[in-house]
Write a protein that binds this ligand. Sequence first.
Ligand code: PHB
Length: 404
Amino acid sequence: MPESVVDPVDTVTEVPVAVVGAGPAGLMLAHLLGRAGVDAVAVDLRTREEIATTHRAGILEDGAARDLVETGVSDRILRAGHEHGGTELRFGGRSHRIDFRELVGASVWLYPQTEVFTDLADARARDGGTVHFGVRGTEVLDADTDRPRVRFTAADGTRHELRARYVVGADGSRSTCRGLVPERLRTRYGTEYPFAWFGVLAQAPVSAPELVYAHSEHGFALISQRTETVQRMYFQCDPDERTEDWPDERIWATLQARVAGEDGFRLVEGPILERSVLRFRSFVQEPMRWGSLLLAGDAAHTVPPTGARGLNLALHDVKVLAGVLLRALGAEGDAALADYQPLALRRIWRAQHFSSWMTRLLHTAPGATAFELRRQLGELDGVVGTRAGRAYLAEQYTGWPTAA
Ligand code: PHB
């Protein structure tokens, strides 16, 4: 008996592309397809409010920022974002600037992921795109056929079925879509790290003009920003650390110790508005396509946050995927899909390497020996003390051109 008889739905919608996940990757894909006249319906288990208030990374490559403006999402980034022409690496108690503009003629934008999401959700609403937030029980059916379906219960309790030509799994680092690829056909690559980040939002003025990535014998710290009056900071912690054990004074003492140095640099303190522990890992699942299902963004790969690559990588995936899907839905058919993985994967593995390298360069592994700490300082000196080292970091951090 067909499933629809067993489990009736209230609406059946034919749509070229169904997107599972309405974070930045899913919404940007729907936006790019919509601009080309192809409908895409996106669904997400989270409410719009939940996504908009979950703090994530804050750095966008210049190319990604330009894509938001030039494809008509919004030009708010140009007004509300901050362009940074460099960043600081701090170790041995001193800061060393990596000048992106001078080294590789590039810059990055400080523009939180929550703002990127808000711009994309607003653009979808403005352009008449359908996005179902706060759904339950999402199921992808028949992904290995050319008539895949997505079923879900909408926030108002009604049951829906999307009959699509392609389904995109953009459902984040805890993706269920990637689990649809049969185990015998998929390979998962990855590694865990013996530390996590303790992230805070602090009500305080900025402490430094650009981001500060700090290595210290006590562990890593990152000083980022949000607005003139709210700052984002992180410090390396144990993955099992509990936020309840961290009153404001302990957080500030830890952060100050990790950035302290002979130059007398100190963070401007203020009340801690939010605190959370962020675990991370490096992960890639291949293949990124199975039948009519394509994976994009964190669903297919995750990186540690140290190199600020995650969101940028997801946006690159969907830029490539949009082009491939438009060709597939046009004259070329499924054959066009073969281009997706090779075009996306090259950048994914570069970013995997860079993120893992930045992480190991700056964090102190539990039980690290005195040799290891000194070796790290030697490596850091090799990075900041040579033009090739600085240029390498600048080039990787500011991103690479889009795969053709
Ligand atoms: C952030 O601002 O949240 C941020 C910035 C750079 C990173 C990670 C997070 O590498």
